[in-house]
Design a binder for this molecule. Structure first.
Ligand code: PRP
Ligand code: URA
Length: 205
């Protein structure tokens, strides 16, 4: 299932990120803030289990999260959303998938994997950009191989092509976007998009 968040605050912050004149520090800050806002909405349907808490006045029959949340940023750009989400889910565990796109073939190349136990967890794969969908597809494969079953793909900007690829190869994975853009250009960049997310977060261009 695809969810595109139409929220004024998310759109406002994303507009700042899209602006080519926005400096690295502000770009990174807006990305983390959008990550928090999206995570708040996405976590709405997380399962809970009953819990009794002793307040200063009496017993409160309340609830807590039933399962671990594991955040899996795709390096590098997914790192830019991780702290924002941890700020509202501080108990979340964090794993890492290292992938980069070969600039000519646009195929993902794997270079790192380190994740905690994901078998019972809600796993959120994080990457601002869903372009061809190759990187997200590969990351989902990698976590599924290690036992992840409940997977959410959390991106900022996507295009129909990338969404279609994930819907076809992983129909069980929910996809969340802050915006669905028009298309990819001949170099595989999202149009209008926001440019190269990793470079803009880390100031490498
Ligand atoms: C970017 C982006 C995604 C990928 C999306 O990463 O962060 O991981 O491209 O493209 P796709 O949907 O066509 O696979 P990049 O390869 O530039 O690596 P980086 O984050 O290290 O800069
Ligand atoms: N990766 C990016 O960082 N930006 C795009 O537009 C496409 C892939």
């Amino acid at each position: 299932m695809l969810t595109v968040f139409n929220h004024p605050l998310i759109t406002h912050k994303l507009a700042l990120m899209r602006d080519k004149n926005t400096p690295t520090k502000d770009f990174a800050q807006q990305l983390n803030e959008i990550g928090s806002l999206m995570a708040f909405e996405i976590s709405r349907d997380l399962p809970t289990k009953p819990k009794d808490v002793e307040t200063p006045i009496g017993i409160c029959h309340t609830a807590e999260l039933a399962h671990d949340v594991v955040l899996v940023p795709i390096l590098r750009a997914g790192l830019g959303m991780t702290e924002g989400i941890r700020s509202i889910i501080p108990t979340a565990k964090v794993g890492f998938v290292g992938l980069y796109r070969n600039e000519e073939t646009l195929q993902p190349v794997e270079y790192f994997f380190k994740c905690p136990d994901m078998t019972e967890a809600t796993v959120m794969i994080l990457d601002p950009m869903l372009a061809t969908g190759g990187s997200a597809d590969a990351a989902i494969e990698m976590v599924k191989k290690r036992g992840a079953k409940n997977i959410k793909l959390v991106c900022l900007v996507g295009v129909p092509e990338g969404v279609k690829r994930i819907e076809e190869s992983h129909p069980d994975v929910d996809i969340y976007l802050a915006a669905l853009d028009e298309k990819l250009n001949e170099k595989g960049y999202i149009v209008p998009g926001l440019g190269d997310a990793g470079d803009r977060i880390f100031g490498t261009k």
